[in-house]
Design a protein around this ligand. Structure first.
Ligand code: PCD
Length: 795
């Protein structure tokens, strides 16, 4: 009716609508110690579970002796696969059609896999009991490297799959192979680069856990769960356990960071639920830090070879990619698209590439399963890394400026909606404007001069400038293209406006710290003209909230945010009829005035009623043609994804003596369409960049040849601290999504997706004059020093 919020405006109406820097409502709870996390849940008679894990990466379990554990005072039960099999719970389905042992039935396939579980009256007794469970193993050779796993004489990880005789899981191809081959034949130049996107771990500060409570009287299972997707988990719980879905209640209380780690179902959840069912008492299971890093799902682990064909002027003609993906011991990557490698398919990035082709193979290894979307829309991070690195490689081959070559190849802003060579329709973008703004902001010419000056002076520190002008793809749905266990990926909102003019909003998505209690209230405040303080947002309880598919892959704003706006507009539509009745005019003569948040009589702006007044009237004086009350529900199936983008510039100094990389500047321009809360967005970008910097500089889950995890705790898996995170400059442009009701796109994961290649490009740029083309992440000083040394750049 009124075309939605104005894209560039900061609404000045003071009610906390779109574009306002409203302070996060939930922070009051968090910073005064009143957060309520799973481990805060305490129930009468609650027992505790500790899992016995395999010290070996690959071994047959010969026997398990529970005796000594059961003798420990306070140990209530010791469960093994045999016990679970009685309830048909020895295995569980993964999110990729594989079957994973809840407790090992026969053979351990990765280090720290779940072998038995001890249930006891407190956490420490459960742990003491676990120490006393005696397991006899027969060890086998392990394979922890995807390439070696595909060699003919490699140890076979999956002998439980019928007729399986190799570690190869699948081959997936996308794009047009012939057209791409032709582009390479005709090209003036081609470049090729191998790169490894290392295995990393999401590592939320709150580990995974649950409290399962089987209510024997009501035959109802309540599970407080660290879940990013409570409804989807309820459906899966019901499917796996056979308990009818209306008798399963999943509650996600406050969640201390998700980052994709809390999307899958883990054996610990099933064990706790089974134990509660059998014993008839609540059972809590909460992971320790090292259990989290070693066994819950990892991210990335892609070995990639990129090839680019181009004209001598630097116009890209074709891209060809070869990937080897390590999926660990089970095929369990949590991704809802029908493509086995998810949104890796968007590897042509922000560039107008006529021909593209990718072949990807996946392999089993003796490592924990995973391949989850860690702050990433299902493998878009790997795709962005590949293309952004390849553009830099090409620029070096052609001796062209890396900013200039990007500009030449950008999808022009007139070309949107743009059909990519691999079949996506990008909704909107203006990449050149973003790059221009970035170059200006960092004084690009000045930086290049400084770089040269340092080289001329044989300075101890090399300067490097790196770019990433990436495109993201977020907002899964559409339901026909994305589903979880068959459930189409829509999302939902339910709004109830109460008689005194305040509202309760229930949403299907699930915050883990993103601030939805504030930002979703802002969407409703904007649409209904209510004050943000008068709106309470609820989520995370499947008994009361409308069904939703959860929060990950930056889908809440694109899908849940859309549902919220549409539900609010339905409320407004009904409110309009009530307003007409109140003002005693025909409905056609009523207009909604967004800035004052009131209905007015057309041509007589002084005659009006506020939404608060309408709310009261809807319960006290409802017109004959309307039901009393003021509420609406919307289930929103998006017509397309949204395609946020960014222009990042990283400036590094590389110490020629120590190999240390110092990030001197990080400039991040994000375009997420219309912005709901700029302050929340800035926080999202800061957090996301910290995680991207961590990926580029510090983090890697490593193994020795026997499959021991050698970086399975925070002593060895290096999470960044404030010391490692530089000052960050954030910036933005606004290119609204044309199909989203409020023109918004997602933003939460963009910085983690977009930043690693900017950092690697900067480090390579610092050494490019000596012929350096690539360096693998994490760029630790020893690694950088070796590259410097090989290039003759060390002091
Ligand atoms: N926004 C605004 N505006 C716009 C957009 C957005 O304001 N335009 C905002 C919202 O509202 C929110 C945020 O911002 O609040 C975000 O959003 P998004 O993008 O939509 O997203 P989401 O869905 O909500 O979320 C998700 C993401 C992810 S994905 C991740 S990882 C991460 C991020 O988010 N995580 C986290 N962030 C965060 N934060 C926190 N604090 N915590 C966490 O955990 Mo995945 O896939 O799951 O891996």
């Amino acid at each position: 009716e009124d075309g939605g919020p104005d894209p560039e405006a900061h609404h000045g109406h003071g009610r906390g609508g779109m574009g306002q820097e409203v302070k996060r409502k939930e922070d009051r709870r968090f910073i005064t110690g009143r957060g309520n996390y799973v481990d805060d849940i305490k129930k009468d008679g609650m027992l505790h579970c500790h899992v016995v894990r395999s010290p070996h990466a690959h071994a047959y379990v010969k026997s398990i002796n529970k005796e000594r554990a059961l003798n420990v005072d306070g140990v209530v039960a010791v469960l093994t696969a045999e016990d679970l099999a009685e309830y048909d719970l020895a295995t569980m389905p993964t999110l990729m059609d594989d079957t994973q042992d809840v407790l090992v039935q026969d053979k351990v396939k990765f280090q720290s896999q779940e072998v038995a579980a001890v249930i006891a009256t407190d956490r420490y007794i459960a742990k003491d009991g676990a120490d006393k469970v005696e397991v006899k193993y027969e060890t086998l050779d392990a394979v922890v490297d995807a390439r070696k796993a595909l060699e003919p004489d490699a140890p076979l990880v999956r002998d439980d799959i019928e007729d399986n005789d190799s570690n190869h899981i699948f081959t997936w191809e996308t794009g047009d192979k012939e057209a791409t081959e032709k582009a390479f034949e005709d090209a003036d130049v081609t470049v090729e680069q191998d790169m490894y996107y290392q295995r990393i771990h999401p590592a939320p500060i709150e580990t995974c856990g649950c409290v399962a409570d089987w209510d024997t009287a009501n035959e109802k299972m309540t599970v407080h769960l660290t879940s990013q997707a409570p409804h989807a988990h309820r459906t899966l719980f019901s499917m796996v356990s056979g308990i009818p879905e209306h008798k399963v209640r999943i509650v996600s209380p406050d969640v201390g960071g998700g980052f994709g780690n809390k999307v899958p179902i883990y054996p610990g959840y099933v064990i706790a639920a089974a134990a509660s069912y059998v014993i008839g008492q609540p059972v809590k299971w909460v992971e320790e830090r090292s259990e989290n890093i070693q066994t819950t799902h990892f991210a990335r682990d892609y070995e990639m070879t990129g090839r680019v064909a181009a004209t001598k002027d630097g116009i890209i003609q074709g891209i060809d990619v070869d990937v080897l993906a390590d999926h660990g011991a089970y095929n369990a990557a949590a991704q809802p698209s029908k493509f086995p490698a998810g949104f890796f398919k968007i590897f042509t990035g922000s560039y107008d590439v006529p021909a593209a082709y990718c072949k990807l193979d996946a392999a089993y290894t003796n490592t924990a399963p995973g391949g989850i979307a860690y702050r990433c829309s299902f493998r878009v991070t790997e795709a962005v890394y590949l293309i952004e690195r390849m553009v830099k490689v090409l620029s070096q081959e052609l001796d062209m400026d890396p900013a200039e070559i990007r500009r030449k190849n950008f999808i022009p802003k007139e070309a949107f909606p743009y059909e990519s060579a691999t079949g996506w329709t990008y909704d909107s973008g203006d990449y050149e404007r973003a790059l221009d703004k970035a170059l200006d902001a960092v004084d690009y010419d000045g930086l290049r001069e400084e770089q040269q000056r340092r080289l001329d002076a044989d300075d101890d520190k090399l300067l490097g400038i790196g770019f990433s002008t990436f495109t993201e793809i977020v907002g899964a749905g559409p339901g026909k293209q994305c589903d979880i266990a068959g459930v189409e990926m829509f999302d939902s909102a339910e709004i109830r406006v109460h008689p005194t003019g305040n509202a309760t909003v229930r949403i299907g998505v699930q915050t883990q710290g993103q601030g939805h209690e504030t930002t979703f209230a802002q969407i409703v405040a904007e649409e209904l003209g209510l004050d943000v303080e008068d709106i309470t947002v609820e989520h995370g309880d499947t008994d009361t909230d409308p069904y939703g598919l959860g929060t990950y892959a930056s889908r809440s704003t694109p899908v849940g945010g859309a549902a919220t706006a549409v539900a609010a507009r339905k409320v407004r539509e009904k409110a309009k009829s009530i307003a007409a009745n109140e003002l005693e005019v025909a409905e056609e003569d009523i207009v909604w005035d967004r800035s004052s948040g009131a209905f007015q009589v057309k041509g007589a702006p002084d005659r009006g009623v506020t939404m608060k007044e309408v709310a009261f009237a809807s319960y006290t004086n409802s017109p004959a043609n309307e039901e009393p009350g003021l509420e609406a529900v919307d289930y929103y199936d998006p017509p397309n994804m949204t395609f946020p983008f960014g222009a990042y510039v990283c400036v590094v100094e590389v110490d020629r003596e120590t190999g240390e990389v110092d990030i001197r500047k990080f400039y991040a321009l994000d375009d997420c369409g219309n912005r709901i809360n700029p302050m929340v967005i800035e926080g999202q970008v800061h957090g996301g960049l910290a995680q991207g910097i961590a990926t580029a500089m510090l983090e890697e889950v490593t193994f020795d040849d026997n499959g021991n995890v050698t970086a399975g705790d925070f002593m060895n898996y290096l999470l960044p601290t404030a010391m490692e995170i530089p000052h960050m400059d954030t910036d933005y442009t606004v290119t609204p999504s044309p199909h989203h009701p409020i023109g918004a796109k997602g933003v939460g994961e963009s910085p983690t997706v977009g930043s690693p290649p900017a950092i690697v490009n900067a480090v390579v740029d610092a050494m490019a004059h000596a012929g350096v083309r690539h360096i693998d992440m994490p760029m630790t000083p020893d690694r950088v020093w070796s590259v410097l040394n090989e290039a003759g750049l060390t002091l």
